[in-house]
Ligand binder design. Structure first.
Ligand code: G6P
Length: 367
């Protein structure tokens, strides 16, 4: 009913709008006296010091959280991170032992491949750390440690608030480990914690500008194919933006690391092809401007996402979505929101069954 949907037309939209609160609920109980405190987590300092590799294993959007997680954890902790989809991990004879922390991420906690991958990791001697939304689910029960995302029930098949709270759980875990590993200064830790605490407010600001994204969607909802480009963290978010779009709008879409464009995808750019260019990674901003020029020269229409103040983008892109300034490591949490809204509005303009897209299930409990 409309009431269940909070007065909105779809659960997906309600869940997008709930993100500031979901993030707040996931983050704030874990910050005490300026430190990350994870109650019930049993990772000891000795164990943390012994870890030589982190493996992140998940499916779908939760896997995309893992791709962001690799960049974040390697940058913060200088510890190698591998990311794998669970259905591959289980069959690839992964190199995992007592010194590997295997982080499994799952909204439902019931995804068959993720459960099987976690069991395989345990069998190989790894410690398992689960980031889960559904309390008491199979993964939550079986993992050595559980860090819950407090997103609340998610009804729409296409995940939004579960993805964004999973991302904050990764930041919480990374900062928590950093506190034990002495690899960051107190000032850096304070800065990351502060960046996390400001996220709900920033996301609320992005949501206030939703009509601009709706307008952009109204110009492009008939596209046959839409490409998402980005570098490093922006590339990780591009994967999720592209998946959201194809899941609910049925528009063909690909995410590409922008530097790889020349090695294939650029062949598909023709007059009017829509390219969403994520340009929020400061050190790579100029490189993204060059990529935008390259696709524009072949006729692409470019929608750019950039950080407020990066006005040089206005010379290159056709439409620009600005997101608030924040610490670069937490930027993915902001960038994903306009992409969720874009996918939502495109599907809505096409009149599709947004909450129950064809062929997809909320939780894939069979192999
Ligand atoms: C399905 C859902 C996705 C989700 C994936 C993993 O494909 O449609 O939204 O990301 O499963 O689900 P999980 O519950 O393990 O996070």
């Amino acid at each position: 009913s409309a009431a269940e949907k909070g007065g909105y037309e779809h659960f997906m939209f309600k869940e997008i709008m709930e993100q500031p609160k979901a993030l707040q609920d996931t983050i704030s109980p874990r910050i005490k006296d300026g430190r990350i405190v994870l109650d019930d987590i049993t990772l000891s300092k000795e164990y943390i010091d012994s870890i030589d590799k982190i493996y992140i294993v998940a499916c779908g959007s939760a896997y995309h959280v893992g791709v962001v997680g690799k960049y974040v954890i390697e940058k913060m902790l200088r510890l190698p991170v591998e990311v794998s989809v669970a259905s591959e991990f289980r069959y690839m004879q992964p190199i995992v032992n007592e010194k590997t922390l295997v982080v499994v991420i799952s909204q439902s906690g019931e995804t068959a491949d993720t459960i099987a991958a976690m069991r395989e990791a345990k069998r190989l001697g790894a410690r398992t750390f689960a980031i889960v939304n559904a309390v008491g689910s199979a993964i939550a029960r079986e993992a050595d440690d559980v860090l819950y995302t407090w997103a609340g029930p998610e009804i729409a098949v296409a995940t939004t608030k579960a993805y964004s709270t999973q991302l904050t759980a990764i930041y919480l875990l990374a900062i928590y480990m950093a506190q034990h590993m002495n690899c960051l200064t107190q000032e850096q830790i304070d800065r990351y914690i502060n960046a996390l605490q400001t996220l709900p407010e920033h996301i609320a600001q992005i949501l206030e500008h939703k009509e601009e994204i709706q307008y952009t969607a109204s110009l492009h909802y008939n596209s046959k194919s839409i490409f998402f480009l980005g570098r490093t963290l922006d590339y990780a978010v591009a994967l999720e933006g592209s998946l959201k779009l194809k899941e609910i709008s049925y528009i063909h879409s690909e995410a590409y690391a922008a530097g790889e464009l020349k090695h294939g995808t650029i062949a598909l750019i023709e007059q009017g092809t829509v390219v969403v260019a994520l340009c929020t990674v400061k050190e790579l901003f100029e490189k993204m401007l060059s990529n935008i020029k390259e696709v524009k020269a072949r006729g692409a229409v470019v929608i750019a996402v950039a950080e407020e103040g990066q006005t040089a983008i206005e010379q290159e892109a056709d439409h620009i979505i600005y997101v608030p300034h924040c610490d670069s490591l937490v930027m993915p949490s902001e960038v994903v929101v306009p992409l969720q809204l874009f996918a939502y509005y495109v599907a809505s303009l096409k009149g599709l069954d947004i909450d129950k897209p064809r062929n997809l299930a909320k939780s894939v409990t069979v192999e």
